[in-house]
Design a protein around this ligand. Structure first.
Ligand code: AP5
Length: 214
Protein backbone atom coordinates (compact mmCIF):
# COMPACT_ATOMS: atom_id res chain seq x y z
CA UNK A 1 0.00 0.00 0.00
CA UNK A 2 1.52 3.31 -1.14
CA UNK A 3 0.11 6.37 0.55
CA UNK A 4 0.74 10.09 0.13
CA UNK A 5 -0.28 12.40 2.98
CA UNK A 6 -1.45 15.84 1.84
CA UNK A 7 -2.42 18.86 3.92
CA UNK A 8 -1.18 22.20 5.15
CA UNK A 9 1.81 22.49 7.48
CA UNK A 10 0.60 21.44 10.92
CA UNK A 11 -2.57 19.71 9.64
CA UNK A 12 -1.53 16.52 11.42
CA UNK A 13 0.05 14.58 8.53
CA UNK A 14 2.97 13.39 10.63
CA UNK A 15 0.75 12.46 13.58
CA UNK A 16 -1.52 10.33 11.37
CA UNK A 17 1.36 8.89 9.33
CA UNK A 18 2.97 7.53 12.53
CA UNK A 19 -0.34 5.88 13.50
CA UNK A 20 -0.71 4.35 10.02
CA UNK A 21 2.89 3.09 10.19
CA UNK A 22 2.15 1.29 13.45
CA UNK A 23 -1.12 -0.31 12.35
CA UNK A 24 -0.17 -1.31 8.78
CA UNK A 25 3.55 -1.98 9.35
CA UNK A 26 4.79 0.13 6.44
CA UNK A 27 7.47 2.82 6.87
CA UNK A 28 6.63 6.47 7.48
CA UNK A 29 8.91 8.58 5.29
CA UNK A 30 9.00 12.29 6.11
CA UNK A 31 11.22 14.45 3.91
CA UNK A 32 11.06 17.13 6.63
CA UNK A 33 12.43 14.63 9.20
CA UNK A 34 15.18 13.58 6.77
CA UNK A 35 16.21 17.22 6.26
CA UNK A 36 16.09 17.94 10.03
CA UNK A 37 18.29 14.89 10.74
CA UNK A 38 20.79 16.17 8.14
CA UNK A 39 20.77 19.63 9.72
CA UNK A 40 21.36 18.12 13.15
CA UNK A 41 24.26 16.03 11.82
CA UNK A 42 25.78 19.02 9.99
CA UNK A 43 25.80 17.34 6.54
CA UNK A 44 26.20 19.27 3.27
CA UNK A 45 22.55 18.53 2.44
CA UNK A 46 21.50 19.83 5.87
CA UNK A 47 23.47 23.05 5.38
CA UNK A 48 21.82 23.65 2.00
CA UNK A 49 18.30 22.75 3.22
CA UNK A 50 18.41 24.83 6.42
CA UNK A 51 18.30 28.27 4.80
CA UNK A 52 15.19 27.35 2.80
CA UNK A 53 13.42 25.70 5.73
CA UNK A 54 14.11 28.56 8.14
CA UNK A 55 12.64 30.97 5.59
CA UNK A 56 9.50 28.83 5.19
CA UNK A 57 10.43 28.07 1.56
CA UNK A 58 10.54 24.69 -0.15
CA UNK A 59 13.90 23.00 -0.50
CA UNK A 60 14.65 22.91 -4.27
CA UNK A 61 13.46 19.82 -6.16
CA UNK A 62 17.03 18.92 -7.20
CA UNK A 63 17.91 18.33 -3.52
CA UNK A 64 14.65 16.54 -2.73
CA UNK A 65 13.58 14.23 -5.56
CA UNK A 66 16.63 11.93 -5.75
CA UNK A 67 16.76 11.72 -1.96
CA UNK A 68 13.17 10.45 -1.87
CA UNK A 69 13.65 8.07 -4.81
CA UNK A 70 16.68 6.49 -3.07
CA UNK A 71 14.68 6.11 0.12
CA UNK A 72 11.70 4.34 -1.48
CA UNK A 73 14.06 1.98 -3.31
CA UNK A 74 15.16 0.50 0.06
CA UNK A 75 14.09 -2.98 1.06
CA UNK A 76 11.75 -1.91 3.87
CA UNK A 77 9.56 -0.18 1.24
CA UNK A 78 8.83 -3.40 -0.66
CA UNK A 79 5.28 -3.63 0.77
CA UNK A 80 4.57 0.08 0.54
CA UNK A 81 5.10 3.28 2.53
CA UNK A 82 3.53 6.49 3.73
CA UNK A 83 5.01 9.63 2.21
CA UNK A 84 4.65 12.63 4.53
CA UNK A 85 5.71 15.96 3.01
CA UNK A 86 6.44 14.54 -0.45
CA UNK A 87 5.36 15.33 -3.12
CA UNK A 88 5.01 19.05 -2.46
CA UNK A 89 5.06 20.36 -6.03
CA UNK A 90 3.50 19.13 -9.27
CA UNK A 91 7.03 18.44 -10.54
CA UNK A 92 7.74 16.19 -7.52
CA UNK A 93 4.41 14.36 -8.07
CA UNK A 94 5.22 13.80 -11.74
CA UNK A 95 8.74 12.50 -10.92
CA UNK A 96 7.23 10.08 -8.40
CA UNK A 97 4.57 8.94 -10.86
CA UNK A 98 7.16 8.37 -13.57
CA UNK A 99 9.45 6.38 -11.28
CA UNK A 100 6.57 4.20 -10.07
CA UNK A 101 5.04 3.65 -13.50
CA UNK A 102 8.37 2.22 -14.74
CA UNK A 103 7.77 -0.59 -12.24
CA UNK A 104 4.04 -0.88 -13.10
CA UNK A 105 3.15 0.74 -9.77
CA UNK A 106 1.17 3.80 -8.66
CA UNK A 107 0.09 5.66 -5.51
CA UNK A 108 -2.95 3.89 -4.00
CA UNK A 109 -4.23 6.66 -1.71
CA UNK A 110 -3.61 10.39 -1.37
CA UNK A 111 -5.07 11.36 2.00
CA UNK A 112 -5.77 15.07 2.34
CA UNK A 113 -5.96 16.13 6.00
CA UNK A 114 -8.11 19.27 5.87
CA UNK A 115 -7.57 21.96 8.54
CA UNK A 116 -8.36 25.69 8.05
CA UNK A 117 -5.45 28.14 8.28
CA UNK A 118 -6.70 29.74 11.52
CA UNK A 119 -6.50 26.41 13.41
CA UNK A 120 -3.01 25.80 12.02
CA UNK A 121 -1.51 28.93 13.56
CA UNK A 122 -2.69 27.78 17.01
CA UNK A 123 -1.39 24.26 16.61
CA UNK A 124 2.08 25.23 15.47
CA UNK A 125 2.83 27.48 18.41
CA UNK A 126 2.01 24.56 20.74
CA UNK A 127 3.93 21.88 18.90
CA UNK A 128 7.09 20.49 20.47
CA UNK A 129 9.37 18.21 18.48
CA UNK A 130 12.09 15.74 19.33
CA UNK A 131 14.98 16.12 16.90
CA UNK A 132 16.42 12.81 18.07
CA UNK A 133 13.56 10.38 17.27
CA UNK A 134 11.09 12.57 15.32
CA UNK A 135 8.25 12.29 17.87
CA UNK A 136 5.91 15.30 18.07
CA UNK A 137 3.76 16.58 20.93
CA UNK A 138 1.43 19.48 21.59
CA UNK A 139 1.60 21.39 24.86
CA UNK A 140 -2.21 21.19 25.24
CA UNK A 141 -3.52 18.37 23.01
CA UNK A 142 -0.73 15.78 23.30
CA UNK A 143 1.58 16.79 26.17
CA UNK A 144 4.64 14.68 27.03
CA UNK A 145 4.64 12.98 30.46
CA UNK A 146 7.45 15.28 31.63
CA UNK A 147 7.39 18.83 30.31
CA UNK A 148 10.08 19.44 27.68
CA UNK A 149 11.25 15.79 27.56
CA UNK A 150 10.48 13.19 24.87
CA UNK A 151 8.51 10.19 26.25
CA UNK A 152 10.12 7.87 23.71
CA UNK A 153 13.84 8.66 23.90
CA UNK A 154 14.30 11.11 26.79
CA UNK A 155 15.77 13.86 24.60
CA UNK A 156 14.91 17.53 24.98
CA UNK A 157 11.83 18.80 23.08
CA UNK A 158 12.10 22.00 21.06
CA UNK A 159 9.93 24.53 19.25
CA UNK A 160 11.02 24.08 15.62
CA UNK A 161 12.62 27.22 14.11
CA UNK A 162 10.05 27.13 11.31
CA UNK A 163 7.12 26.95 13.80
CA UNK A 164 7.63 30.56 14.86
CA UNK A 165 4.52 32.58 13.89
CA UNK A 166 6.21 34.72 11.21
CA UNK A 167 7.48 31.61 9.40
CA UNK A 168 4.21 29.67 9.73
CA UNK A 169 2.42 32.39 7.72
CA UNK A 170 5.01 32.08 4.97
CA UNK A 171 4.73 28.26 4.96
CA UNK A 172 0.96 28.51 4.57
CA UNK A 173 1.39 30.86 1.58
CA UNK A 174 3.85 28.43 0.00
CA UNK A 175 1.44 25.54 0.71
CA UNK A 176 -1.49 27.26 -1.00
CA UNK A 177 0.59 28.30 -4.01
CA UNK A 178 2.68 25.17 -4.61
CA UNK A 179 1.25 22.15 -2.78
CA UNK A 180 -2.54 22.60 -2.81
CA UNK A 181 -2.61 22.00 -6.62
CA UNK A 182 -1.73 18.37 -5.78
CA UNK A 183 -5.29 17.93 -4.54
CA UNK A 184 -6.49 18.34 -8.14
CA UNK A 185 -3.62 16.20 -9.40
CA UNK A 186 -4.59 13.23 -7.23
CA UNK A 187 -8.35 13.80 -7.70
CA UNK A 188 -7.77 13.32 -11.43
CA UNK A 189 -5.88 10.09 -10.68
CA UNK A 190 -8.93 8.88 -8.72
CA UNK A 191 -7.02 8.28 -5.47
CA UNK A 192 -7.78 11.41 -3.41
CA UNK A 193 -9.51 10.93 -0.02
CA UNK A 194 -10.36 13.92 2.13
CA UNK A 195 -10.52 13.70 5.92
CA UNK A 196 -11.55 16.35 8.45
CA UNK A 197 -8.34 17.09 10.36
CA UNK A 198 -10.00 19.40 12.90
CA UNK A 199 -11.39 16.40 14.81
CA UNK A 200 -9.67 14.65 17.67
CA UNK A 201 -6.60 12.72 16.39
CA UNK A 202 -8.18 9.31 17.21
CA UNK A 203 -11.32 10.26 15.21
CA UNK A 204 -9.18 11.38 12.28
CA UNK A 205 -7.36 8.04 12.44
CA UNK A 206 -10.66 6.05 12.49
CA UNK A 207 -11.74 7.84 9.32
CA UNK A 208 -8.42 6.93 7.70
CA UNK A 209 -8.75 3.28 8.77
CA UNK A 210 -12.23 3.21 7.18
CA UNK A 211 -10.64 4.37 3.94
CA UNK A 212 -7.65 2.00 4.01
CA UNK A 213 -9.52 -1.01 5.39
CA UNK A 214 -8.77 -3.00 8.56
P1 AP5 B 1 7.71 19.17 7.09
O1 AP5 B 1 8.47 18.65 8.22
O2 AP5 B 1 7.14 18.21 6.08
O3 AP5 B 1 6.61 20.14 7.63
P2 AP5 B 1 5.10 20.42 7.18
O4 AP5 B 1 4.54 19.79 5.96
O5 AP5 B 1 5.09 21.88 7.15
O6 AP5 B 1 4.32 19.66 8.17
P3 AP5 B 1 4.52 19.66 9.68
O7 AP5 B 1 5.51 18.63 10.10
O8 AP5 B 1 4.79 21.08 10.12
O9 AP5 B 1 3.06 19.34 10.16
P4 AP5 B 1 2.19 17.99 10.13
O10 AP5 B 1 1.09 18.15 9.13
O11 AP5 B 1 3.04 16.78 10.01
O12 AP5 B 1 1.55 18.13 11.56
P5 AP5 B 1 1.84 17.35 12.93
O13 AP5 B 1 1.34 15.95 12.82
O14 AP5 B 1 3.24 17.55 13.38
O15 AP5 B 1 8.60 20.20 6.24
C1 AP5 B 1 9.35 21.22 6.84
C2 AP5 B 1 10.12 21.98 5.76
O16 AP5 B 1 11.02 21.07 5.09
C3 AP5 B 1 9.28 22.59 4.65
O17 AP5 B 1 8.77 23.86 4.99
C4 AP5 B 1 10.31 22.63 3.51
O18 AP5 B 1 11.19 23.73 3.68
C5 AP5 B 1 11.11 21.36 3.71
N1 AP5 B 1 10.58 20.23 2.93
C6 AP5 B 1 10.09 19.05 3.43
N2 AP5 B 1 9.69 18.25 2.44
C7 AP5 B 1 9.92 18.92 1.26
C8 AP5 B 1 9.69 18.63 -0.11
N3 AP5 B 1 9.13 17.47 -0.51
N4 AP5 B 1 10.05 19.56 -1.02
C9 AP5 B 1 10.61 20.72 -0.66
N5 AP5 B 1 10.83 21.08 0.62
C10 AP5 B 1 10.49 20.19 1.58
O19 AP5 B 1 0.83 18.17 13.86
C11 AP5 B 1 1.03 19.53 14.16
C12 AP5 B 1 0.71 19.80 15.64
O20 AP5 B 1 -0.69 19.59 15.87
C13 AP5 B 1 1.44 18.84 16.60
O21 AP5 B 1 1.76 19.53 17.77
C14 AP5 B 1 0.39 17.75 16.88
O22 AP5 B 1 0.61 17.16 18.15
C15 AP5 B 1 -0.91 18.53 16.82
N6 AP5 B 1 -2.03 17.75 16.30
C16 AP5 B 1 -1.98 16.80 15.32
N7 AP5 B 1 -3.22 16.30 15.07
C17 AP5 B 1 -4.06 16.97 15.90
C18 AP5 B 1 -5.48 16.93 16.11
N8 AP5 B 1 -6.26 16.11 15.39
N9 AP5 B 1 -6.00 17.77 17.04
C19 AP5 B 1 -5.22 18.64 17.75
N10 AP5 B 1 -3.86 18.71 17.61
C20 AP5 B 1 -3.29 17.89 16.68
Amino acid sequence: MKIVMLGAPGAGKGTQAKMIEKKYAIPHISTGDIFRANIKNGTELGKKAKSYMDAGQLVPDELTVDLLMDRIAKEDCANGYILDGFPRTINQAECLEEALSKKGEAIDYAIDVEVPDENIINRMGGRRACLNCGATYHVVHIPPKTEGICDKCGNELILRDDDKPETVGKRLDVYHAQTQPLIDFYTKKGVLKEVDGTKDMEDVFSTIVNILGE
